[in-house]
Design a protein around this ligand. Structure first.
Ligand SMILES: CC(C)(COP(=O)(O)OP(=O)(O)OC[C@H]1O[C@@H](n2cnc3c(N)ncnc32)[C@H](O)[C@@H]1OP(=O)(O)O)[C@@H](O)C(=O)NCCC(=O)NCCS
Length: 149
């Protein structure tokens, strides 16, 4: 039995677990160095979802004036479909609100139905397309925005 999930800020000690999830989740995964750079960027805000002894999900955004740009959100493959993605996104939105952010944007692959449904569930709306945004297969990115009230 697992204990209740905890959501807290990411630290460098989380990066081994984060990289496992990252490689299971993305065809163009970020490197450890990229996450280290994010952790030392004062405008970058990353949260992890810890279950038992491991981090099984994370997500983050950059704060740019009063807007936020979500850079990534991922849940370990073995733990998807259990509402952890929703918990993480809810926590990210609360964190953004507390920082005075009024609107959040993100890009998502047009084929990523699970992520698009997750975002739409929180009120994100489709706002445009970036043609051939992803380098691996030239897939388009959907641009989504959420106004925070
Ligand atoms: C997107 C992701 C984070 C969702 O995490 P999750 O923990 O599985 O999501 P949840 O269980 O909290 O589900 C939240 C909502 O997402 C949608 N969803 C989740 N899995 C889905 C699926 N397989 N098909 C369609 N919708 C799905 C549903 O709307 C769901 O809400 P509901 O349970 O009320 O129907 C996860 O699939 C993931 O890590 N994917 C790989 C990384 C990725 O693509 N990240 C997004 C980059 S932009």
């Amino acid at each position: 039995m697992y204990s209740e999930p905890i959501i807290r800020p990411m630290t460098s000690r989380d990066l081994d677990d984060v990289l496992v999830v990252e490689h299971l989740s993305f065809t163009l995964p970020w490197s450890k160095r990229m996450f280290e750079d994010e952790l030392s960027n004062p405008q970058a805000h990353y949260l992890v979802l810890e279950l038992g002894e491991h981090v099984i999900g994370y997500g983050g955004f950059w704060k740019i004036l009063d807007e936020g740009h979500i850079t990534n959100i991922a849940v370990h493959r073995d733990f998807r479909g259990k509402s952890y993605g929703k918990k993480l996104l809810k926590a990210l939105l609360e964190h953004a609100r507390n920082l005075g952010i009024h609107a959040l944007t993100l890009e998502v692959r047009v084929s990523n139905a699970a992520a698009i449904a997750l975002y739409e569930g929180f009120g994100f709306e489709k706002a445009g397309v970036r043609k051939r945004y992803y380098a691996d297969n030239q897939e388009d990115a959907l641009i989504m925005w959420l106004q925070l009230h």
